[in-house]
Design a protein around this ligand. Structure first.
Ligand code: 2OP
Length: 222
């Protein structure tokens, strides 16, 4: 390869943990908190896929609020608007996974360009990057909002390459979400699967050549 690839990191599930929000849910839901967090996340992604199939766009904050409404209703809870706002607001403070800071700084010394490429709205990405103290390692935060469609539409990955000023084959997506890895690879990006799910990958697409179980391992292997 003539020059090192630009690295584009998925945010939710890759750098910060959307399931650990169960700790905020526990205040209102007690023992149902973890189940609610899992339903919330699964519905959130389902709504992005469905909006994309419908060729309709609502931003990720809207999607996150509606999917929380579904998760609560499915478990028989009816929280006040203020409580729902507090829970959606917790998305701005999601905790980074262990070791993320150190590994991103190591990767920073090897990669010419470091980006975030995420479904999050621009406001959400700025907020979570600031609170997780990740802002300073990235050159750019790229939101799907710029093309008003969600992953894994190829438009998202093509747009990211355009924003990074690179042919798409010179950008590498790092994501823990198999649907994101498969979508980026299908669009022509290089990919890394960050396995945070004990080896469970979607058989919808080929397993990527490069799979790691931590960003520290990625920093060693790149
Ligand atoms: C992200 O785009 C897929 O939610 C994940 O950050």
């Amino acid at each position: 390869m003539d020059r090192p690839e630009a690295l584009a990191f998925d945010m939710y599930g890759t750098l910060v943990d959307p399931i650990r929000i169960w700790q905020q849910l526990e205040i209102y839901l007690g023992d149902s908190a973890l189940r609610a967090a899992e339903i919330w996340r699964a519905k959130q992604l389902e709504y992005t896929f469905r909006l994309t199939a419908m060729q309709h766009y609502e931003d990720f904050e809207w999607v996150t609020r509606r999917s929380l409404d579904y998760a609560l209703a499915s478990l028989g809870y009816d929280l006040a608007d203020e409580q729902r706002r507090t829970l959606v607001g917790a998305y701005d403070d999601l905790e980074p996974f262990a070791g993320v800071h150190e590994s991103l700084h190591q990767l920073r010394s090897k990669a010419p360009t470091m980006a975030v490429l995420s479904n999050g709205s621009p406001r959400m990405l700025q907020a979570v990057a600031r609170s997780a103290r990740l802002g300073d390692v990235f050159d750019i935060l790229i939101s799907v909002d710029e093309v008003r469609t969600y992953k894994p539409s190829p438009l998202v990955y093509q747009h990211a390459a355009h924003r990074l000023g690179r042919p798409i084959a010179e950008v590498r997506l790092i994501s823990s979400n198999p649907f994101d890895v498969i979508g980026a690879a299908a669009a022509g990006m290089q990919v890394v699967w960050l396995d945070r799910s004990a080896g469970l990958f979607d058989p919808l697409g080929p397993r990527p050549d490069l799979m790691v179980t931590s960003l520290a391992e990625l920093a060693e292997r790149l």
